[in-house]
Design a protein around this ligand. Structure first.
Ligand SMILES: N[C@@H](CCC(=O)N[C@@H](CS)C(=O)NCC(=O)O)C(=O)O
Length: 203
């Protein structure tokens, strides 16, 4: 059985929870408290020298980290990851977009606001994230005008990667009412069989 080390309130970890539920993969969830520096112990560093969650244990002393790499590993051979070269590259395109142009703005703004309680010394950083976050949301909204999910009519792990922090973007100060296509997509995503909300656990 797979072991996952993560925090269900982290969007990057929630991605793994979603694919596990969509594909009905049995797993054990081990909670890691990042605010208590639990990713910085010697034991944790053996699993991920980059000291971050999520981590997936795939064998004895064999671990995989980086949420989108874990999604690709788990979704291989399923309907959530196309096998066609072009389609597969489009999945990666949206996942790289998520990591470079979306998550550093939307997830970081949320982290500063929700996890840290918007401390005075990080207020400027929080506000500096707004422009980039809105740019990413605009790119998504325009694309979703032409497409039900990110790759067409069926959901893939590209949707999982982008759903994780978009559906809670308001916690980072982003008003989603300005993005009607994103709101429609969020609702379609939440209708996928096996969908699980972020704050529930079913280990
Ligand atoms: N690119 C990584 C980012 C992982 C990441 O930043 N995880 C955060 C929680 S969302 C973390 O572990 N932070 C702990 C730390 O930085 O000490 C991924 O997608 O897995």
């Amino acid at each position: 059985m797979y072991k996952i080390y993560g925090d269900i309130l982290s969007g990057n970890c929630y991605k793994i929870k979603l694919i596990m539920n969509f594909l009905q993969i049995k797993h054990e969830w081990f909670h890691v408290d990042i605010l208590a520096n639990e990713t910085h112990t010697d034991e944790f560093r053996k699993m991920n020298p980059n000291t971050r969650i999520p981590v997936l244990e795939i064998g004895e002393e064999e671990h995989l980290w980086e949420s989108n790499a874990i999604l690709n590993y788990l979704a291989e051979g399923s309907d959530h990851l196309p096998s066609d070269r072009h389609e597969k590259s489009k999945v990666l395109q949206w996942q790289f977009f998520e990591q470079y142009s979306h998550e550093p703005y939307i997830a970081t703004a949320r982290y500063i606001n929700k996890y840290l309680g918007l401390p005075k010394d990080r207020e400027a950083e929080y506000h500096s994230k707004q422009e980039g976050g809105h740019k990413a949301l605009s790119v998504m909204d325009s694309h979703l005008e032409r497409s039900k999910f990110f790759l067409g009519d069926n959901p893939t792990i590209a949707d999982i990667s982008l759903y994780a922090y978009t559906h809670i973007a308001e916690e980072g100060g982003f008003n989603l009412l300005k993005y009607p296509k994103i709101l429609r997509w969020l609702s379609d995503f939440e209708s996928i069989p096996g969908y699980i909300e972020m704050d529930r656990t079913n280990t």
